[in-house]
Ligand binder design. Structure first.
Ligand SMILES: C[S@@+](CC[C@H](N)C(=O)[O-])C[C@H]1O[C@@H](n2cnc3c(N)ncnc32)[C@H](O)[C@@H]1O
Length: 252
């Protein structure tokens, strides 16, 4: 397991997420994009393409990217908002933000993106500040999902769009069994490889653990409704390994 962190710490209960998650992402930041491509065998790019055409972000929009990480989604949505729009990315991991700053700085769309430290559980913006909020692979990591959803609903204007992409447990057992086998048995092997290569191992243990306790697609949709979102629907991608939830904040 992680050389500088014992196994039982890696698998801490949800209450410890607030402390554990930022340091986890700080440690893997440099390798994050490469690891994503390896762990998903490149399918990550396909999920991003679906996100792009389904998220409903319009030209001129003010968009919040919650848990922007290395700014993959911020860069993607900055193309959609055009020259009159703007994307603000927030994240609790300073190292992920450093990588994001580097990528955004090298992009011709850098003027459309602002990155800053920020917590999904206490978003530092006033109510109705944004036309849309997007988020990918973050909600599994937050200590209080309902609070994060409520915060997103608070900072998006009534009628504004919300698009949340997250890993999910596939509904069909014929898919779920090999999928969970991959997560429980193959990912730890990747962890061994990472260990030998001197990379952090913790994420390989954290990933299956965080997924096991995350609500299924139907329940997540229901919790988005409870947070004040309407027209909630979801697309299951790659046999339901990933779900893209789409919604609007309830009009007043
Ligand atoms: C799996 S990465 C996803 C990054 C990016 N959205 C992407 O699609 O590549 C999860 C990110 O969520 C961030 N995160 C976790 N909890 C957070 C919170 N409470 N508030 C803001 N960001 C958070 C982590 O620091 C990490 O950068």
């Amino acid at each position: 397991m992680q050389r500088d962190e014992p196994a039982d710490k890696v698998l801490e209960p949800a209450a410890a997420k607030e402390k554990f998650v930022p340091s986890l992402f700080d440690r893997i930041a440099v390798h994050y994009d490469t690891m994503n491509l390896v762990m998903t065998a490149g399918v990550w790019r396909y999920w991003q393409r679906v996100f792009r055409r389904s998220c409903g972000v319009e030209a001129g929009a003010q968009v919040l990217d919650v848990g922007c990480g290395t700014a993959e989604l911020s860069l993607l949505t900055s193309e959609l908002v055009g020259p009159r729009g703007h994307v603000t990315g927030i994240d609790v991991s300073s190292r992920m933000l450093e990588i994001a700053e580097r990528k955004v700085g090298a992009s011709p769309l850098r003027d459309r993106i602002t990155l800053q430290w920020g917590d999904a559980l206490q978003i530092q913006f006033p109510p109705e500040r944004f036309d849309a909020a997007v988020s990918a692979f973050v909600m599994r990591n937050v200590a209080d999902l309902d609070r994060a959803l409520a915060e997103i609903a608070r900072v998006v204007r009534p009628g504004g769009r919300v698009a949340i992409m997250e890993l999910s447990q596939p509904p069909a057992s014929i898919i779920r069994a090999p999928f969970m086998f991959y997560f429980r048995r193959i990912l730890p092997l990747l962890g061994l490889w990472a260990d030998r290569a001197g990379l952090p191992v913790a994420p390989y243990a954290w990933l299956p653990k965080s997924l096991e306790t995350f609500p299924g697609a139907e329940e997540l949709a229901e919790r988005m409704r409870r947070a004040g979102m309407v027209d909630v629907r979801f697309l299951r991608l790659t046999a339901g390994i990933v779900c893209l939830h789409l919604a609007r904040v309830a009009p007043v």
